[in-house]
Design a protein around this ligand. Structure first.
Ligand code: UDX
Length: 460
Protein backbone atom coordinates (compact mmCIF):
# COMPACT_ATOMS: atom_id res chain seq x y z
CA UNK A 1 0.00 0.00 0.00
CA UNK A 2 1.36 3.40 -1.00
CA UNK A 3 2.11 6.09 1.62
CA UNK A 4 -0.83 8.45 2.28
CA UNK A 5 -0.92 11.45 -0.06
CA UNK A 6 -3.00 13.46 2.40
CA UNK A 7 -6.09 13.41 0.18
CA UNK A 8 -9.45 11.84 0.90
CA UNK A 9 -12.03 10.93 -1.74
CA UNK A 10 -15.70 10.63 -0.78
CA UNK A 11 -17.68 8.00 -2.68
CA UNK A 12 -21.45 7.54 -2.82
CA UNK A 13 -22.54 4.45 -4.82
CA UNK A 14 -26.13 3.71 -5.76
CA UNK A 15 -27.26 0.68 -3.75
CA UNK A 16 -27.33 -1.70 -6.73
CA UNK A 17 -24.93 -4.61 -7.26
CA UNK A 18 -23.93 -3.29 -10.71
CA UNK A 19 -22.89 0.03 -9.08
CA UNK A 20 -21.37 -1.02 -5.73
CA UNK A 21 -18.92 -3.45 -7.30
CA UNK A 22 -17.29 -0.94 -9.72
CA UNK A 23 -17.23 1.83 -7.09
CA UNK A 24 -15.36 -0.39 -4.63
CA UNK A 25 -13.00 -1.48 -7.37
CA UNK A 26 -12.18 2.18 -7.96
CA UNK A 27 -11.79 2.61 -4.18
CA UNK A 28 -9.15 -0.16 -4.14
CA UNK A 29 -7.25 1.48 -7.00
CA UNK A 30 -7.24 4.88 -5.29
CA UNK A 31 -6.22 3.34 -1.94
CA UNK A 32 -3.27 1.73 -3.67
CA UNK A 33 -2.26 5.21 -4.89
CA UNK A 34 -2.21 6.74 -1.43
CA UNK A 35 -5.72 8.23 -1.23
CA UNK A 36 -7.95 7.67 1.81
CA UNK A 37 -11.52 6.66 1.01
CA UNK A 38 -14.82 7.31 2.73
CA UNK A 39 -17.85 5.54 1.29
CA UNK A 40 -21.22 7.01 2.23
CA UNK A 41 -23.91 4.42 1.58
CA UNK A 42 -27.58 3.75 2.18
CA UNK A 43 -28.79 1.25 4.76
CA UNK A 44 -30.47 -0.62 1.91
CA UNK A 45 -28.01 -2.97 0.16
CA UNK A 46 -25.16 -1.77 2.38
CA UNK A 47 -21.75 -2.97 1.12
CA UNK A 48 -19.87 -5.48 3.29
CA UNK A 49 -17.59 -3.20 5.29
CA UNK A 50 -15.62 -6.15 6.70
CA UNK A 51 -14.35 -7.00 3.19
CA UNK A 52 -12.76 -3.53 2.91
CA UNK A 53 -10.90 -2.82 6.17
CA UNK A 54 -9.03 0.19 4.73
CA UNK A 55 -12.19 2.03 3.68
CA UNK A 56 -14.24 4.17 6.08
CA UNK A 57 -17.96 3.41 5.67
CA UNK A 58 -20.68 5.82 6.78
CA UNK A 59 -24.28 4.71 6.63
CA UNK A 60 -27.15 7.12 6.00
CA UNK A 61 -30.87 6.32 6.40
CA UNK A 62 -32.75 5.85 3.13
CA UNK A 63 -36.33 5.72 4.41
CA UNK A 64 -37.25 2.79 2.13
CA UNK A 65 -40.17 0.63 3.27
CA UNK A 66 -39.97 -3.17 2.98
CA UNK A 67 -42.33 -3.04 -0.02
CA UNK A 68 -40.27 -0.35 -1.76
CA UNK A 69 -37.10 -2.43 -1.25
CA UNK A 70 -38.69 -5.26 -3.18
CA UNK A 71 -39.75 -3.21 -6.21
CA UNK A 72 -38.40 -4.36 -9.55
CA UNK A 73 -38.97 -0.94 -11.10
CA UNK A 74 -35.46 0.53 -11.02
CA UNK A 75 -36.61 4.01 -12.16
CA UNK A 76 -39.12 4.11 -9.31
CA UNK A 77 -36.49 2.93 -6.82
CA UNK A 78 -34.01 5.59 -7.98
CA UNK A 79 -36.64 8.32 -7.85
CA UNK A 80 -37.56 7.39 -4.27
CA UNK A 81 -33.92 7.12 -3.20
CA UNK A 82 -33.14 10.55 -4.65
CA UNK A 83 -36.01 12.07 -2.68
CA UNK A 84 -35.31 10.32 0.61
CA UNK A 85 -31.50 10.48 0.76
CA UNK A 86 -30.92 14.11 -0.11
CA UNK A 87 -31.02 15.65 3.35
CA UNK A 88 -29.20 12.81 5.18
CA UNK A 89 -26.48 12.81 2.52
CA UNK A 90 -26.16 16.61 2.74
CA UNK A 91 -25.78 16.45 6.53
CA UNK A 92 -23.21 13.67 6.34
CA UNK A 93 -21.13 15.37 3.64
CA UNK A 94 -21.25 18.77 5.34
CA UNK A 95 -20.06 17.24 8.61
CA UNK A 96 -17.20 15.50 6.82
CA UNK A 97 -16.11 18.73 5.16
CA UNK A 98 -16.22 20.57 8.48
CA UNK A 99 -14.11 17.92 10.23
CA UNK A 100 -11.76 17.87 7.27
CA UNK A 101 -8.89 19.61 9.03
CA UNK A 102 -7.47 17.62 11.91
CA UNK A 103 -5.59 19.38 14.70
CA UNK A 104 -2.86 16.75 14.53
CA UNK A 105 -0.36 17.53 11.81
CA UNK A 106 0.21 13.89 10.62
CA UNK A 107 -3.53 13.31 10.34
CA UNK A 108 -4.21 16.40 8.27
CA UNK A 109 -6.20 15.43 5.21
CA UNK A 110 -7.98 17.35 2.53
CA UNK A 111 -11.16 16.11 0.88
CA UNK A 112 -10.35 16.40 -2.79
CA UNK A 113 -13.61 15.35 -4.48
CA UNK A 114 -16.84 13.41 -4.48
CA UNK A 115 -17.29 10.43 -6.80
CA UNK A 116 -20.85 9.18 -7.14
CA UNK A 117 -23.15 7.45 -9.61
CA UNK A 118 -24.89 8.92 -12.63
CA UNK A 119 -28.26 8.04 -11.05
CA UNK A 120 -27.83 10.44 -8.09
CA UNK A 121 -29.28 13.68 -9.38
CA UNK A 122 -29.18 15.88 -6.28
CA UNK A 123 -25.44 15.55 -5.67
CA UNK A 124 -24.21 17.91 -8.43
CA UNK A 125 -25.98 21.08 -7.16
CA UNK A 126 -25.09 20.09 -3.59
CA UNK A 127 -21.39 19.57 -4.41
CA UNK A 128 -21.35 22.88 -6.27
CA UNK A 129 -22.82 24.72 -3.29
CA UNK A 130 -20.11 23.17 -1.09
CA UNK A 131 -17.40 24.00 -3.61
CA UNK A 132 -16.49 20.32 -3.92
CA UNK A 133 -15.59 18.89 -7.36
CA UNK A 134 -17.91 16.02 -8.29
CA UNK A 135 -17.04 13.17 -10.65
CA UNK A 136 -19.68 10.89 -12.15
CA UNK A 137 -18.87 7.20 -12.16
CA UNK A 138 -20.40 5.31 -15.03
CA UNK A 139 -20.92 1.59 -15.28
CA UNK A 140 -22.41 1.65 -18.81
CA UNK A 141 -20.55 1.24 -22.06
CA UNK A 142 -19.62 4.74 -23.28
CA UNK A 143 -21.76 4.34 -26.41
CA UNK A 144 -24.87 3.54 -24.37
CA UNK A 145 -24.16 6.36 -21.94
CA UNK A 146 -23.89 8.85 -24.80
CA UNK A 147 -26.83 7.53 -26.84
CA UNK A 148 -29.36 6.85 -24.12
CA UNK A 149 -29.89 10.54 -23.50
CA UNK A 150 -31.53 10.57 -26.95
CA UNK A 151 -34.28 8.23 -25.79
CA UNK A 152 -36.80 10.98 -24.94
CA UNK A 153 -36.34 12.42 -28.45
CA UNK A 154 -36.52 8.97 -30.06
CA UNK A 155 -39.70 8.24 -28.12
CA UNK A 156 -41.30 11.42 -29.49
CA UNK A 157 -40.15 10.88 -33.06
CA UNK A 158 -40.02 7.13 -33.55
CA UNK A 159 -42.16 5.27 -31.06
CA UNK A 160 -45.47 5.32 -32.92
CA UNK A 161 -43.94 4.68 -36.35
CA UNK A 162 -41.93 1.82 -34.82
CA UNK A 163 -45.00 0.25 -33.26
CA UNK A 164 -46.53 0.20 -36.72
CA UNK A 165 -43.60 -1.71 -38.18
CA UNK A 166 -44.90 -4.86 -39.72
CA UNK A 167 -42.17 -6.21 -41.93
CA UNK A 168 -39.31 -8.10 -40.36
CA UNK A 169 -36.75 -6.48 -42.61
CA UNK A 170 -37.54 -3.01 -41.20
CA UNK A 171 -37.37 -4.29 -37.64
CA UNK A 172 -33.80 -5.36 -38.31
CA UNK A 173 -32.70 -1.92 -39.54
CA UNK A 174 -30.06 -0.22 -37.44
CA UNK A 175 -31.16 2.91 -35.53
CA UNK A 176 -28.89 5.58 -37.01
CA UNK A 177 -28.77 7.65 -33.82
CA UNK A 178 -28.07 4.58 -31.65
CA UNK A 179 -25.87 2.12 -33.56
CA UNK A 180 -25.62 -0.87 -33.62
CA UNK A 181 -29.04 -1.06 -31.93
CA UNK A 182 -31.75 -2.41 -34.24
CA UNK A 183 -35.22 -0.93 -34.49
CA UNK A 184 -36.74 -3.96 -32.81
CA UNK A 185 -34.33 -3.48 -29.88
CA UNK A 186 -35.26 0.19 -29.58
CA UNK A 187 -38.92 -0.75 -29.53
CA UNK A 188 -38.24 -3.08 -26.60
CA UNK A 189 -36.41 -0.34 -24.69
CA UNK A 190 -39.15 2.23 -25.34
CA UNK A 191 -41.96 -0.26 -24.66
CA UNK A 192 -40.65 -1.04 -21.23
CA UNK A 193 -39.82 2.49 -20.12
CA UNK A 194 -42.22 5.21 -19.10
CA UNK A 195 -42.19 8.95 -19.66
CA UNK A 196 -41.17 9.40 -16.00
CA UNK A 197 -37.79 8.17 -17.12
CA UNK A 198 -37.50 10.91 -19.75
CA UNK A 199 -37.34 13.73 -17.22
CA UNK A 200 -34.97 11.67 -15.07
CA UNK A 201 -32.71 11.22 -18.13
CA UNK A 202 -32.73 14.95 -18.81
CA UNK A 203 -31.63 15.65 -15.23
CA UNK A 204 -28.83 13.07 -15.45
CA UNK A 205 -27.66 14.69 -18.69
CA UNK A 206 -27.61 18.16 -17.14
CA UNK A 207 -25.83 17.06 -13.96
CA UNK A 208 -23.24 15.06 -15.96
CA UNK A 209 -22.44 18.07 -18.13
CA UNK A 210 -22.07 20.25 -15.04
CA UNK A 211 -19.73 17.76 -13.31
CA UNK A 212 -15.93 17.95 -13.03
CA UNK A 213 -15.52 14.79 -15.09
CA UNK A 214 -16.89 11.39 -16.10
CA UNK A 215 -15.19 8.16 -15.06
CA UNK A 216 -15.90 4.98 -17.04
CA UNK A 217 -14.66 2.07 -14.98
CA UNK A 218 -15.39 -0.67 -17.47
CA UNK A 219 -14.39 0.94 -20.74
CA UNK A 220 -11.24 1.71 -22.64
CA UNK A 221 -10.29 3.05 -26.07
CA UNK A 222 -10.14 -0.54 -27.38
CA UNK A 223 -13.85 -1.11 -26.62
CA UNK A 224 -15.20 2.36 -27.18
CA UNK A 225 -12.94 4.44 -29.37
CA UNK A 226 -15.50 6.25 -31.54
CA UNK A 227 -17.96 6.81 -28.73
CA UNK A 228 -15.25 8.20 -26.49
CA UNK A 229 -14.22 10.92 -28.91
CA UNK A 230 -17.87 11.76 -29.57
CA UNK A 231 -18.64 11.88 -25.82
CA UNK A 232 -15.63 14.15 -25.23
CA UNK A 233 -17.00 16.47 -27.87
CA UNK A 234 -20.61 16.37 -26.59
CA UNK A 235 -19.92 16.71 -22.86
CA UNK A 236 -16.93 19.08 -22.81
CA UNK A 237 -15.72 17.74 -19.44
CA UNK A 238 -12.70 15.47 -18.86
CA UNK A 239 -13.56 11.83 -19.57
CA UNK A 240 -11.55 8.96 -18.11
CA UNK A 241 -11.94 5.42 -19.45
CA UNK A 242 -9.88 3.43 -16.97
CA UNK A 243 -11.27 -0.08 -17.27
CA UNK A 244 -11.85 -2.91 -17.12
CA UNK A 245 -10.99 -1.89 -13.57
CA UNK A 246 -11.45 -5.37 -12.08
CA UNK A 247 -8.26 -6.36 -13.95
CA UNK A 248 -6.17 -4.16 -11.61
CA UNK A 249 -7.21 -6.34 -8.65
CA UNK A 250 -8.48 -9.67 -10.06
CA UNK A 251 -10.92 -11.75 -7.99
CA UNK A 252 -11.80 -8.88 -5.66
CA UNK A 253 -15.51 -8.56 -6.40
CA UNK A 254 -17.73 -6.91 -3.76
CA UNK A 255 -20.74 -9.16 -3.93
CA UNK A 256 -23.94 -8.39 -2.07
CA UNK A 257 -24.72 -12.12 -2.05
CA UNK A 258 -22.57 -14.98 -0.81
CA UNK A 259 -20.99 -16.82 -3.74
CA UNK A 260 -21.27 -20.62 -3.78
CA UNK A 261 -17.80 -21.86 -2.83
CA UNK A 262 -18.27 -25.27 -4.47
CA UNK A 263 -18.14 -23.89 -8.04
CA UNK A 264 -14.34 -23.79 -8.42
CA UNK A 265 -13.61 -27.31 -7.00
CA UNK A 266 -16.35 -28.61 -9.32
CA UNK A 267 -14.84 -26.82 -12.34
CA UNK A 268 -11.47 -28.42 -11.54
CA UNK A 269 -12.99 -31.77 -12.49
CA UNK A 270 -14.24 -30.64 -15.90
CA UNK A 271 -12.47 -30.70 -19.24
CA UNK A 272 -11.01 -27.50 -20.68
CA UNK A 273 -13.50 -25.24 -22.49
CA UNK A 274 -16.36 -27.69 -21.96
CA UNK A 275 -18.57 -25.86 -19.43
CA UNK A 276 -21.33 -23.33 -20.12
CA UNK A 277 -21.73 -20.67 -17.45
CA UNK A 278 -25.27 -19.26 -17.41
CA UNK A 279 -26.24 -16.18 -15.41
CA UNK A 280 -28.57 -13.23 -15.90
CA UNK A 281 -26.90 -10.89 -13.38
CA UNK A 282 -28.31 -9.25 -10.29
CA UNK A 283 -31.52 -7.64 -11.49
CA UNK A 284 -33.20 -9.59 -14.33
CA UNK A 285 -36.22 -11.72 -13.47
CA UNK A 286 -37.62 -14.54 -15.61
CA UNK A 287 -40.93 -16.38 -15.81
CA UNK A 288 -41.38 -20.01 -14.73
CA UNK A 289 -41.73 -21.04 -18.35
CA UNK A 290 -38.43 -19.29 -19.23
CA UNK A 291 -36.80 -21.12 -16.32
CA UNK A 292 -37.95 -24.40 -17.86
CA UNK A 293 -36.76 -23.43 -21.35
CA UNK A 294 -33.26 -22.67 -20.01
CA UNK A 295 -33.30 -25.93 -18.00
CA UNK A 296 -34.23 -27.97 -21.08
CA UNK A 297 -31.80 -26.08 -23.32
CA UNK A 298 -28.93 -26.86 -20.95
CA UNK A 299 -30.06 -30.45 -20.53
CA UNK A 300 -30.38 -31.10 -24.26
CA UNK A 301 -27.00 -29.52 -25.05
CA UNK A 302 -25.42 -32.39 -23.11
CA UNK A 303 -22.63 -30.08 -21.96
CA UNK A 304 -21.64 -29.55 -18.31
CA UNK A 305 -22.85 -26.22 -16.89
CA UNK A 306 -22.95 -23.86 -13.93
CA UNK A 307 -26.28 -22.05 -13.87
CA UNK A 308 -26.95 -19.16 -11.48
CA UNK A 309 -30.59 -18.79 -10.46
CA UNK A 310 -30.80 -16.00 -7.90
CA UNK A 311 -33.31 -16.34 -5.09
CA UNK A 312 -36.33 -14.26 -6.11
CA UNK A 313 -35.35 -14.10 -9.79
CA UNK A 314 -38.11 -16.45 -10.96
CA UNK A 315 -41.42 -14.60 -10.94
CA UNK A 316 -43.97 -16.23 -8.64
CA UNK A 317 -41.51 -18.87 -7.37
CA UNK A 318 -39.12 -19.18 -4.46
CA UNK A 319 -36.33 -20.71 -6.48
CA UNK A 320 -36.22 -23.68 -8.90
CA UNK A 321 -39.00 -25.80 -7.40
CA UNK A 322 -40.88 -25.45 -10.72
CA UNK A 323 -38.41 -27.80 -12.47
CA UNK A 324 -39.86 -31.34 -12.47
CA UNK A 325 -37.90 -33.83 -10.35
CA UNK A 326 -37.13 -36.11 -13.30
CA UNK A 327 -35.44 -33.26 -15.17
CA UNK A 328 -33.70 -32.09 -11.97
CA UNK A 329 -32.10 -35.51 -11.55
CA UNK A 330 -30.55 -35.26 -15.00
CA UNK A 331 -29.47 -31.65 -14.47
CA UNK A 332 -27.72 -32.62 -11.22
CA UNK A 333 -25.72 -35.29 -13.03
CA UNK A 334 -24.72 -32.88 -15.78
CA UNK A 335 -24.02 -29.59 -13.99
CA UNK A 336 -24.59 -27.30 -11.03
CA UNK A 337 -27.38 -24.89 -10.24
CA UNK A 338 -26.31 -22.26 -7.67
CA UNK A 339 -27.88 -19.18 -6.11
CA UNK A 340 -24.85 -16.94 -6.72
CA UNK A 341 -21.41 -17.72 -8.17
CA UNK A 342 -17.93 -16.20 -7.78
CA UNK A 343 -18.39 -14.99 -11.37
CA UNK A 344 -14.98 -13.48 -12.07
CA UNK A 345 -13.21 -16.61 -10.82
CA UNK A 346 -15.59 -18.84 -12.74
CA UNK A 347 -15.02 -16.96 -16.00
CA UNK A 348 -11.28 -17.11 -15.39
CA UNK A 349 -11.33 -20.93 -15.12
CA UNK A 350 -9.98 -22.92 -18.06
CA UNK A 351 -12.96 -25.29 -17.96
CA UNK A 352 -15.36 -22.51 -19.05
CA UNK A 353 -16.15 -22.57 -22.77
CA UNK A 354 -19.02 -20.10 -23.05
CA UNK A 355 -21.24 -17.67 -21.14
CA UNK A 356 -25.02 -17.56 -21.57
CA UNK A 357 -25.55 -13.98 -20.42
CA UNK A 358 -28.04 -11.10 -20.20
CA UNK A 359 -25.18 -8.80 -21.31
CA UNK A 360 -25.19 -6.48 -18.34
CA UNK A 361 -22.11 -4.36 -19.04
CA UNK A 362 -20.10 -5.72 -16.09
CA UNK A 363 -20.72 -9.31 -17.15
CA UNK A 364 -19.93 -8.49 -20.78
CA UNK A 365 -16.60 -6.87 -19.92
CA UNK A 366 -15.69 -9.61 -17.44
CA UNK A 367 -16.32 -12.16 -20.20
CA UNK A 368 -14.20 -10.22 -22.70
CA UNK A 369 -11.34 -9.84 -20.21
CA UNK A 370 -11.31 -13.59 -19.64
CA UNK A 371 -11.70 -14.41 -23.35
CA UNK A 372 -15.00 -16.29 -22.89
CA UNK A 373 -17.31 -16.23 -25.95
CA UNK A 374 -20.92 -15.35 -25.20
CA UNK A 375 -24.45 -16.46 -25.98
CA UNK A 376 -26.39 -13.21 -25.79
CA UNK A 377 -29.83 -13.14 -24.26
CA UNK A 378 -30.42 -9.47 -23.41
CA UNK A 379 -33.56 -8.52 -21.48
CA UNK A 380 -33.71 -4.72 -21.36
CA UNK A 381 -32.01 -1.32 -21.40
CA UNK A 382 -28.25 -1.22 -22.22
CA UNK A 383 -28.16 -5.01 -22.45
CA UNK A 384 -29.76 -4.80 -25.91
CA UNK A 385 -27.01 -2.56 -27.31
CA UNK A 386 -24.22 -4.47 -25.53
CA UNK A 387 -25.46 -7.71 -27.09
CA UNK A 388 -25.30 -6.17 -30.60
CA UNK A 389 -21.69 -5.11 -30.02
CA UNK A 390 -20.81 -8.63 -28.88
CA UNK A 391 -22.57 -10.51 -31.67
CA UNK A 392 -22.32 -8.10 -34.62
CA UNK A 393 -19.45 -5.64 -34.15
CA UNK A 394 -16.81 -7.70 -32.33
CA UNK A 395 -18.39 -11.01 -33.44
CA UNK A 396 -17.39 -12.78 -30.26
CA UNK A 397 -20.76 -14.31 -29.46
CA UNK A 398 -24.06 -15.63 -30.78
CA UNK A 399 -27.36 -13.79 -30.32
CA UNK A 400 -30.48 -15.68 -29.27
CA UNK A 401 -32.58 -12.88 -30.83
CA UNK A 402 -34.62 -12.65 -27.66
CA UNK A 403 -35.89 -16.18 -27.83
CA UNK A 404 -35.48 -17.99 -24.55
CA UNK A 405 -36.41 -21.23 -26.14
CA UNK A 406 -34.95 -24.68 -25.45
CA UNK A 407 -34.00 -25.57 -29.03
CA UNK A 408 -32.37 -22.17 -29.65
CA UNK A 409 -30.34 -22.48 -26.44
CA UNK A 410 -29.29 -26.06 -27.18
CA UNK A 411 -28.31 -25.11 -30.74
CA UNK A 412 -26.30 -22.05 -29.65
CA UNK A 413 -24.38 -24.03 -27.00
CA UNK A 414 -23.47 -26.72 -29.53
CA UNK A 415 -22.48 -24.16 -32.19
CA UNK A 416 -20.25 -22.39 -29.70
CA UNK A 417 -18.63 -25.37 -27.96
CA UNK A 418 -18.55 -28.09 -30.58
CA UNK A 419 -18.54 -26.60 -34.09
CA UNK A 420 -15.95 -24.81 -36.25
CA UNK A 421 -18.06 -21.62 -36.08
CA UNK A 422 -17.34 -21.64 -32.34
CA UNK A 423 -13.60 -21.95 -32.97
CA UNK A 424 -13.62 -18.83 -35.15
CA UNK A 425 -15.57 -16.92 -32.50
CA UNK A 426 -13.09 -18.08 -29.85
CA UNK A 427 -10.14 -16.88 -31.95
CA UNK A 428 -11.68 -13.42 -32.38
CA UNK A 429 -12.42 -13.32 -28.65
CA UNK A 430 -8.82 -14.20 -27.84
CA UNK A 431 -7.61 -11.22 -29.91
CA UNK A 432 -10.10 -8.85 -28.28
CA UNK A 433 -9.13 -10.12 -24.83
CA UNK A 434 -5.45 -9.48 -25.52
CA UNK A 435 -6.16 -5.92 -26.69
CA UNK A 436 -8.32 -5.15 -23.65
CA UNK A 437 -5.87 -6.72 -21.20
CA UNK A 438 -3.01 -4.72 -22.72
CA UNK A 439 -4.96 -1.52 -22.11
CA UNK A 440 -4.69 -1.86 -18.30
CA UNK A 441 -0.94 -2.56 -18.38
CA UNK A 442 1.57 0.32 -18.01
CA UNK A 443 1.37 2.48 -21.13
CA UNK A 444 -1.93 0.93 -22.20
CA UNK A 445 -4.80 3.35 -22.92
CA UNK A 446 -6.80 2.57 -19.77
CA UNK A 447 -3.70 2.73 -17.59
CA UNK A 448 -2.76 6.13 -19.00
CA UNK A 449 -6.29 7.36 -18.47
CA UNK A 450 -6.11 6.19 -14.83
CA UNK A 451 -2.83 8.11 -14.35
CA UNK A 452 -4.51 11.17 -15.84
CA UNK A 453 -7.47 10.77 -13.44
CA UNK A 454 -5.18 10.46 -10.44
CA UNK A 455 -3.23 13.59 -11.44
CA UNK A 456 -6.51 15.39 -11.98
CA UNK A 457 -8.10 14.62 -8.60
CA UNK A 458 -4.78 15.23 -6.84
CA UNK A 459 -4.82 18.77 -8.23
CA UNK A 460 -7.95 19.82 -6.29
C1 UDX B 1 -27.29 -3.81 -14.04
C2 UDX B 1 -28.11 -3.82 -15.33
O1 UDX B 1 -28.96 -4.95 -15.34
C3 UDX B 1 -27.21 -3.82 -16.53
O2 UDX B 1 -28.01 -3.70 -17.68
C4 UDX B 1 -26.21 -2.68 -16.49
O3 UDX B 1 -25.30 -2.82 -17.56
C5 UDX B 1 -25.47 -2.69 -15.17
O4 UDX B 1 -26.37 -2.70 -14.08
P1 UDX B 1 -26.59 -6.41 -13.48
O5 UDX B 1 -27.87 -7.00 -13.87
O6 UDX B 1 -26.23 -6.49 -12.08
O7 UDX B 1 -26.43 -4.90 -13.94
O8 UDX B 1 -25.48 -7.14 -14.41
P2 UDX B 1 -23.97 -6.87 -14.61
O9 UDX B 1 -23.67 -5.50 -15.10
O10 UDX B 1 -23.54 -7.94 -15.50
O11 UDX B 1 -23.32 -7.01 -13.18
C6 UDX B 1 -23.44 -8.18 -12.41
C7 UDX B 1 -22.25 -8.27 -11.48
O12 UDX B 1 -22.55 -9.27 -10.51
C8 UDX B 1 -20.98 -8.69 -12.20
O13 UDX B 1 -19.89 -7.95 -11.71
C9 UDX B 1 -20.83 -10.17 -11.85
O14 UDX B 1 -19.49 -10.59 -11.75
C10 UDX B 1 -21.52 -10.26 -10.51
N1 UDX B 1 -22.12 -11.60 -10.34
C11 UDX B 1 -23.22 -11.97 -11.06
C12 UDX B 1 -21.53 -12.45 -9.44
O15 UDX B 1 -20.53 -12.12 -8.81
N2 UDX B 1 -22.10 -13.68 -9.27
C13 UDX B 1 -23.20 -14.10 -9.95
O16 UDX B 1 -23.65 -15.22 -9.71
C14 UDX B 1 -23.78 -13.21 -10.88
Amino acid sequence: MEKSNGLRVIMFPLPLQGCINPMLQLAKILLSRGFSITVIHTRYNAPKASSHPLVTFLEIPDGLSEIEKRTRDVTLLLTILNQRCESSFRDCLTKLLQSDDSEIEEEKQRISCLIDDLGWIFTQPLAKSLNLPRFVLNTYKVSFFKDHFLLPQLRREMYLPLQGLITNSEQDDIVEEFPPLRKKDLLRILDAETEVLDSYLNMMLETSKASSGLIFVSSCEELDQDSLSQARHDFQVPIFAIGPSHCYFPGSSSSLFTPDATCIPWLEKQEDKSVIYASFGSAVTISESELLEVAWGLRNSDQPFIWVVRIGSVNGAKWIEGIPEELMEKLREQGKIVKWAPQQEVLNHQAIGGFLTHNGWNSTVESVSEGVPMICSPFYWDQLQNARFVSEVWRVGLHLENRIERNEIERAIKRLLLETEGEAIRERMELLKEKVRRSVKPNGSAYRSLEHLIDHISSF
